[in-house]
Design a protein around this ligand. Structure first.
Ligand SMILES: Nc1ncnc2c1ncn2[C@@H]1O[C@H](COP(=O)(O)OP(=O)(O)O)[C@@H](O)[C@H]1O
Ligand SMILES: N[C@@H](CCC(=O)OP(=O)(O)O)C(=O)O
Length: 262
């Protein structure tokens, strides 16, 4: 059994958890997430959800099969999809009588003392009122993550930046893969799951490949950067498969699922 500190927890869900490969929305996963997070709240944990999916949901809403090439059009899809995504969350969380709040952030916000202060105040005020903050990167402003060519950050890293700034003990990163492997399982059938990684170093990065899905952006490299950030702040991160978000209950019970960084 793993020993975890998990009073304040950040959960990050990737597009691959929220949108099926055919582009339709995985309402079951969203409902499960709302259920699990509401149950965590009721057990006295403080939970922040960092959710991707604006573009994936926007594409579905607009009946588009492909992500548009031009950045402004991607931004438009994200703006449309974000409203739809948050409405679905609001509806699903309401079933469990759990209120939510929406925060659209950029990674650099924590660099500036004034915006850093304002953002932390907002998190504190929401958590103090037992409201679940739901965060996404502000895709209108943070263009680089939308461009598949320039991947110098994304919600993986934003979730770790949020987690370290609000003093979260644990970052639970849900993806479409069971954990971190010693090779990209998407091409290497012999790759093995690594249950525990204590430090992230050059060798770890050499094992990481890009995104396996049509909609995901970060792949493993950004997840490792997030893990490194958590470790540097004396926190922990668990990477696990979000196909059934109730896996979070197993994680919190200390069961050895996914990969523990820390
Ligand atoms: N060493 C590795 N271990 C596990 N997955 C890896 C590894 N290298 C590359 N990947 C790929 O990273 C994918 C997860 O990243 P991504 O598609 O960005 O997901 P998300 O949408 O959840 O952020 C996996 O499905 C897998 O194909
Ligand atoms: N902000 C973008 C998400 C980008 C992103 O980080 O996607 P993912 O790799 O699925 O976590 C959106 O909501 O579509």
């Amino acid at each position: 059994m793993r020993k975890l500190k998990a009073k304040r927890v950040v959960i990050k869900v990737g597009t691959s958890t929220l949108v099926y490969p055919d582009g339709s929305i995985n309402l079951r996963a969203i409902d499960q997430l709302a259920f699990v997070i509401s149950a965590m709240r009721h057990r006295g944990r403080e939970v922040v959800l960092v959710s991707s999916g604006a573009i994936g949901v926007g594409l579905n809403y607009m009946g588009l099969k492909q992500r548009p090439k031009a950045i402004p059009e991607q931004q438009a899809v994200a703006a449309i999809g974000q409203t739809e995504l948050i409405s679905i969350y609001k509806e699903r969380f309401a079933v469990y009588e759990q209120k939510i709040g929406q925060l659209l952030l950029t990674r650099d916000i924590f660099v500036y003392p004034k915006s850093h202060h304002n953002v932390l105040n907002t998190f504190d005020a929401l958590l103090a009122q037992n409201i679940v903050p739901i965060v996404n990167e502000n895709d209108t402003v943070a263009v680089d993550e939308l461009d598949h060519e320039t991947k110098f950050g994304d919600n993986d890293q934003l979730s770790a930046i949020v987690a370290t700034n609000i003093g979260a003990d644990l970052l639970i990163m849900l993806s479409d893969i069971d954990g971190f492997y010693d090779g990209n399982p998407n091409g290497d059938a012999k790759a093995n799951l690594l249950p525990h990684i204590e430090t992230v170093n050059q060798h770890t990065y050499e094992l990481a490949g890009g995104s396996g899905s049509r909609f995901g952006t970060g792949g493993m490299v950004t997840k490792l950067k997030a893990a490194e950030r958590m470790l540097n702040a004396d926190g922990q991160m668990i990477l696990a498969n979000g196909e059934d978000p109730s896996i979070i209950f197993q994680i919190l019970a200390g069961e050895p699922v996914g990969t523990l960084f820390g």
